[in-house]
Each structure stands twice: as structure tokens, then as C-alpha cells.
Design a protein around this ligand. Structure first.
Ligand SMILES: [Ca+2]
Ligand SMILES: [Ca+2]
Length: 193
């Protein structure tokens, strides 16, 4: 498999400079990809991804898996795999000065927030409605709360974030309410062992 070709190919267009997985990481990702591909199909299915421990225990694991399969596709090739994983790459310390002409790296705080936001925004209309918040919170809180408690947690969560009072959480409101949260840490999932 010509990894270098994939890495540099203008056709794939997915692995940009800003997403710098090192050559060594890329090779490890490729081995991981091959290992997850149980029947050697050449692509990954949802079931293949469900084997990733970090996703299996993550309450949003299913939603994260969805994000690997945009537009209802059922097959994930290696370049798509790398692209989604780039969001979860821990942010390096050596951020330094970024060339403003270069695209923002996928693992930047803003991109991690965007990625998290779309896990909530199920219908992708740019807002998290109360109903969408409820669905995500249901996944996160598990079975130990009653439906009534869940409803009130949802109301409180939406109210706290909803600054303009339209009853939904916009991306801006979402970023503000997560301002103090260590999103870098929370969104860095260890896929590689
Ligand atoms: Ca929505
Ligand atoms: Ca709002």
C-alpha cells in the first residue's frame, strides 16, 4: 500500500499539512485500520469500529461512529478514517505561530468544538434543539435517572447555554458554555495503543 502516495496525493485532498500525522503515526494508523478490518474487506464497517475500546465505553460512541460515515455511506476507507481521527489527535505543545493561509488544523480547539457540536446537532440545522439535547443526554446519563429527571436536566442544560432565549443552543452558545471545559483533553481519544 503506497502510504506516501496517499499522504501526498492531491486527489484524496483529505490529509492536509495542518493535519500532520507524522509518517510513523500514519503507518501505525494503517496497521490499526487493517487490524480493525476483520474480513480484509479493504474498508471498515460500523461493526469494525465498534471494536475500538475507547468508542465502546464512550456514551457518544455511536454518534462518533456515525461521523465516520457521512451521507449514509456504509464503508469507511483509510483516508476517511484518518480524517475523522485527526479531530481526536491531541493538540501538540509546539503550536507556535501558524501560517494564516494554511487551513486550521483539524485538532484545533475550534474544530474539536465543531466536531462535538455536530454530535449533538442531529438534524444538522446549526442549532441544538431541546429534543436533540435530550437524546444526547439520555445516552450520557445512562439508566440511573428517571425520564422526569432527564427532562429537567435537559431544560436546565439548554437554559444555561441559551443566551438569546430561542430555546435552542447555537454553535456560539455552545462554545461559550464549554469555555471553561478542557475540551482538548476530553476530545483526545486514544485510538492508537
Ligand atoms: Ca438541530
Ligand atoms: Ca439560543
Amino acid at each position: 500500500m503506497p502510504l506516501l502516495a496517499l499522504y501526498t496525493s492531491p486527489q484524496t485532498g483529505v490529509i492536509q499539512d495542518g493535519d500532520k500525522f507524522s509518517q510513523a503515526s500514519l503507518l501505525r494508523l494503517y496497521h490499526r485500520f487493517r487490524a480493525l478490518d476483520r474480513n480484509k474487506k479493504g474498508y471498515l464497517s460500523r461493526m469494525d469500529l465498534q471494536q475500538i475500546g475507547a468508542l465502546a465505553v464512550n456514551p457518544l460512541g455511536d454518534r462518533i461512529i456515525d461521523s465516520f460515515f457521512p451521507d449514509g455511506s456504509q464503508r469507511l476507507d483509510f483516508s476517511g478514517f484518518v480524517r475523522v481521527l485527526a479531530h481526536f489527535r491531541p493538540i501538540d505543545d509546539d503550536t507556535g505561530v501558524r501560517d494564516p493561509k494554511q487551513p486550521e488544523p483539524l485538532n484545533s480547539r475550534m474544530n474539536k468544538l465543531r466536531f462535538a457540536f455536530q454530535l449533538y446537532d442531529l438534524d444538522q440545522d446549526g442549532k441544538i434543539s431541546r429534543h436533540e439535547m435530550l437524546q444526547v443526554l439520555r445516552l450520557m446519563v445512562g439508566v440511573q435517572v428517571t425520564e422526569e429527571q432527564l427532562e429537567s436536566i435537559t431544560d436546565r442544560t439548554v437554559q444555561e447555554a441559551d443566551e438569546d432565549g430561542d430555546g435552542a443552543v447555537s454553535f456560539l452558545e455552545f462554545t461559550k458554555s464549554l469555555e471553561k471545559m478542557d475540551i482538548e483533553q476530553k476530545m483526545s481519544i486514544r485510538i492508537l495503543k
